[in-house]
Ligand binder design. Structure first.
Ligand SMILES: Nc1ncnc2c1ncn2[C@@H]1O[C@H](COP(=O)(O)OP(=O)(O)OP(=O)(O)O)[C@@H](O)[C@H]1O
Length: 231
């Protein structure tokens, strides 16, 4: 199994101890798309942060491509985040005074096996806008840049946290369609979190999270093209 999350637990200690993940199991084959669905507060971002090496679990394991992430030192986690994981968030976090190409170049410059910037720009449909600044782009275009920046390092895993959360319906479908295209063209394994259940049709496996537990797992034998998703 390419991505294997087993019995993952996490609590936060504030005034009260809050158990956010109560033994979560997730499995994805290489090249698959997984979706994690769940209401606000169900633990989606916490789970994503642990898989992405941004936060640490209390118990359980995360393995990607036979590497046990939960055993890595802090320095090894930095390396893992830089080489192996691409992140896409609801807000694009582009550097405002760098052009589209430069925003992508910043990442490719520090990667060991990057894709060519022009190939990535072409894949996201922004070759003709590579010299623009983020403020000169629409929200959907800015999200395309952030996807290009996430995939240029040729990551083992692309983590998308509510990638369409700030976008209108038509633009969202375009971005989801691009995520499907990235999966097909580059063979990238993708894990996406959302509270929008309409998106689940485009995933091989859907995990429904409720109060820190996987309440339901659904496998789709046929994937719905993003263009056909309605909500
Ligand atoms: N650093 C933290 N310290 C204390 N509690 C936290 C921390 N991070 C998250 N939590 C709590 O953990 C629970 C799950 O949060 P999480 O962000 O993982 O949920 P989520 O499903 O991603 O929600 P949303 O869809 O609103 O982003 C929430 O009750 C939240 O208040």
């Amino acid at each position: 199994m390419f991505l294997s999350v087993s019995e993952l637990t996490k609590s936060y200690q504030t005034e009260f101890a809050t158990t956010v993940l109560k033994g979560v199991d997730i499995k994805l084959e290489k090249g698959q798309i997984g979706v994690i669905l769940g209401p606000s507060g169900s633990g989606k971002s916490t789970l994503m942060n642990i898989i992405g090496g941004v936060d640490r679990a209390d118990g359980g394991t995360v393995e990607i491509d036979s590497e046990r992430i939960t055993d890595l030192s802090d320095d090894q986690l930095v390396e893992y985040r830089r080489e192996s994981v691409g992140f896409v968030f609801q807000f694009y976090n582009l550097v405002p005074n760098l052009t589209v190409a430069e925003n992508i170049e910043v990442v490719s410059n520090i990667s060991k096996r990057p894709h060519k910037i022009d190939d990535v720009l072409s894949a996201v449909g922004l070759s003709d806008k590579k010299n623009r600044f983020p403020r000169q782009l629409s929200g959907g275009e800015q999200q395309r840049v952030s996807i290009a920046r996430a995939i240029v390092k040729n990551p083992k895993l692309l983590l998308c946290d509510e990638p369409t959360g700030a976008l209108d319906f038509d633009t969202s479908r375009g971005v989801l369609s691009l995520i499907q295209k990235v999966n097909r063209q580059f063979g990238t394994t993708i894990l996406m979190i959302t509270h929008n259940s309409a998106i689940s049709g485009m995933a091989n496996t859907v995990y429904r999270l409720r109060s820190g537990e996987v309440a339901e797992v659904t496998h789709n034998s046929e994937l719905v093209p993003a263009e056909r998703i309605e909500w």
